[in-house]
Design a protein around this ligand. Sequence first.
Ligand code: CP
Length: 317
Amino acid sequence: MKNFTSVYDIDNLQEIIAKALKIKENPLENPTKGKGKTIGLVFLNSSLRTRLSSQIAAQNLGLNVLTLNAAQEAWNLEFADGTVMNGDTVEHIKDAIEVLNQYCDIIAVRCFAGMKSKEDDVNESILSQFLKHAKVPVISLESATRHPLQSLADCITITENWTGNRKPKVVLTWAPHIKPIAQAVGNSFTEWMQQMDVDFVIANPEGYDLDKNFTKDAKVIHNQDEALKDADFVYVKNWSSFEDYATMSKVEENWMLTNEKLELTNNGKVMHCLPVRRNLELSDEVMDGENSIIYQQAKNRIFSAQAVFSEILDDLN
Ligand code: CP
């Protein structure tokens, strides 16, 4: 694997899920695979799970880990080409990436949507600079439009929780929030579910349809109760409007997932990428209830990252 920024960088999804589940059985099976190599984890945005699970995964493989919380600890970065840098920005992203090339064998970066320019976000204005200037493999730790390590962890979690002999019904349901949130997790989950052997449905209010480039021919239902009927997995996530970009229109119905709504499902397992706003996106009773597999999903972030780092190392060695 050269880079990892979307499901399209994976040759065989079932094989990498199986690999991750094998790693989960014995995470320290290859403790020297990354010996002498360095991974730089560059965070332009906040993180708990991605930072820590990536560090654990890298350490399990014997990689040296450099973590840069760039927004807080590095120089203020300039992203536009040709700018006269006589303002607040101190270092151009091109120069920062060239320096990372000198220190790292793999560069992993978190660069959220700016939520100001739809064009910049759709075109991955920051990730594309890493892909352009990096001379080593690039891994996305969540970009403007996708969160592939999360989505792989989601696929692992669904696989290990499904014992039925039919396709599971998986519902991605929109949830309320107090501020506009990017569509990256919803887009990415949709893209990966389309590669899984599942019956996939997206439920969101009118005005909140995801980008058609991601949903393609996925079933989209604007009535949450109808969508939840007989679901085996319910993935809860907020996102802002894509059409009226990065805005939130008022939603009259209550889309928070509760135990009452969960009764419509086939004893559905509940997923969320975290962090979650309790009693806004889903209720305490759901979060703490026996159908929640949310912490298991968070644990699987380690094995998702370790499987990907391992494949990248295979092509480095
Ligand atoms: N799910 C996820 O990516 O969590 P963090 O934002 O805390 O890394």
